[in-house]
Design a protein around this ligand. Structure first.
Ligand code: PLP
Length: 429
């Protein structure tokens, strides 16, 4: 009780004055507990207004891969702010965007060579879908207006991205009747599901523009993993049926699954790839849709109608591009992928303690993604609150408790996260 009143005293004026005027994400505003006021971040720590410091298990929706407030990124953004915070990207170009485009292309497999910048993951997906549709139109092929998407997928919250997400199981189910209808099928994990996909493509390839997949990990749809072989099958099927393949690496890109990009682990090259999240190291919003030469060439014409008519106002924002360039410096200078491997090994050991506990369906780790899947979570809010009491920020989704920490997290901090997860799972049993 004393604790509670101290907490109330520590509620800052800006919080009390503003909280009734914001509409929060994925939140039933009437019943959800209010968000906790944050005043500072550093490394893998979130500092609350009442002085508590939480260890962060989520890296702000998987963005802050170098931890918060990394001095190298901060300095790059400060330098850029003094010189050129933003200019429109129509008719004007600036160094940070062009440098970033060149570096992304150098990191991605050939022939992914053209970067279209935008400002959020969902928009990057919209651009990818639009590129794929127009690719066929520009080539004079009519009727290829649908996509193949997968059960368990999540590609964002805008209408086009929702339409290729899993509408049956996911949070967008209520919209299934009003969105364009695409083909939704199981990932080809085994012979039977591969045959089902093959049959679908054989029947409908002339209606299909592209296959869209989150490579190796379906993120927000439940942190479900699949093998590299699935991606190789998709690449082969797309080629056989003359379809484009879009890899949505918004979650997996920049080391999260153990290689810089997930498609790299499978040795496949998509026709279009989407990036965002960790692109700026969690500092500023930025996204990219990167197309292959083949896709780009379909837009290269004397005919203005064949241009890609898209251009978000803040695309290629100079501050965000400076942050992204600084983030790429860190990947080049510091041993991030080795850190990811160490995180994977520690999570495997420590989350492994949940195996066999009551209610635990699966424990799985891939790179810096650690998952404890439960049979069900009846009260998500209560579970989230329990993690706060234990001094960690962990936000289970549906029936899944997961950790996606910064790659720079210390073994001690990670140990406190895994301890909290094991404790919470034990308490339930
Ligand atoms: C794979 C994937 N695609 C797209 C998105 C949408 O990104 P944003 O939230 O930046 O719009 C997300 C976000 O979680 C994602 O995980």
């Amino acid at each position: 009780m004393a604790d509670e009143s101290a907490r109330r005293r520590a509620t800052p004026g800006w919080y009390a004055g503003g909280i009734d005027h914001v509409w929060l994400p994925y939140t039933q505003m009437k019943t959800a507990p209010p968000p906790v006021p944050v005043v500072r971040t550093h490394g893998s720590r979130i500092v609350l207004a009442d002085g508590r410091e939480l260890i962060d298990g989520i890296a702000s929706w998987w963005t802050a891969c170098h931890g918060y407030n990394h001095p190298h990124i901060r300095q790059a953004v400060e330098r850029q702010l003094a010189v050129l915070p933003h200019v429109m990207f129509g008719g004007l170009a600036h160094e940070e965007a062009l440098r970033l485009a060149r570096r992304l292309v150098a990191m991605l497999p050939r022939p992914l060579t053209r970067v279209f910048f935008s400002d959020s993951g969902s928009v990057a997906v919209e651009v990818a879908l639009k590129m794929a549709l127009q690719y066929w139109l520009n080539a004079g092929v009519r009727g290829k207006v649908r996509f193949v998407a997968f059960k368990g997928a999540y590609h964002g919250d805008t209408l086009g991205a929702m339409a290729v997400s899993d509408l049956d199981a996911g949070m967008h189910a209520a919209f299934s009747g009003v969105l364009p209808r695409h083909f939704r099928i199981d990932l080809p994990r085994d012979a039977a599901s591969a045959a089902a996909l093959e049959t679908l493509l054989a029947r409908h390839a002339d209606e299909i523009a592209a296959i869209i997949v989150e490579p190796l990990v379906q993120g927000a749809g439940g942190m479900r993993f699949h093998e590299e072989e699935v991606l190789r099958r998709l690449r082969a099927l797309a080629d056989r049926h003359g379809l484009l393949l879009i890899c949505d690496e918004i979650f997996t890109g920049f080391g999260r699954t153990g290689t810089m990009f997930a498609c790299e682990a499978a040795g496949i090259v998509p026709d279009i790839v989407t990036l965002s999240k960790a692109l700026t190291g969690g500092t500023l919003p930025l996204a990219a849709t990167v197309a292959s030469d083949r896709v780009f060439r379909a837009f290269w014409s004397d005919d203005p109608a064949k241009a890609l008519m898209h251009g978000p106002t803040y695309m290629a924002n100079a501050l965000a591009c400076a942050a992204a360039n600084a983030s790429l410096d860190l990947f080049a200078q510091e041993a991030r992928l080795r850190q990811v491997a160490a995180i994977a090994a520690q999570m495997e050991r420590e989350l492994g303690l949940c195996r066999g506990l009551p209610d635990v369906r699966d424990v799985r780790v891939r790179g810096a993604v650690g998952v404890v899947e439960l049979a069900e979570i009846r009260d998500l809010d209560a579970l989230r609150a329990r993690f706060l009491e234990l001094g960690v920020f962990v936000r289970p989704i549906e029936n899944v408790i997961y950790l996606t920490p910064a790659f720079t997290i210390t073994p001690d901090e990670l140990g406190r996260l895994t301890e909290a997860v094991v404790a919470v799972v034990r308490e339930r049993g």
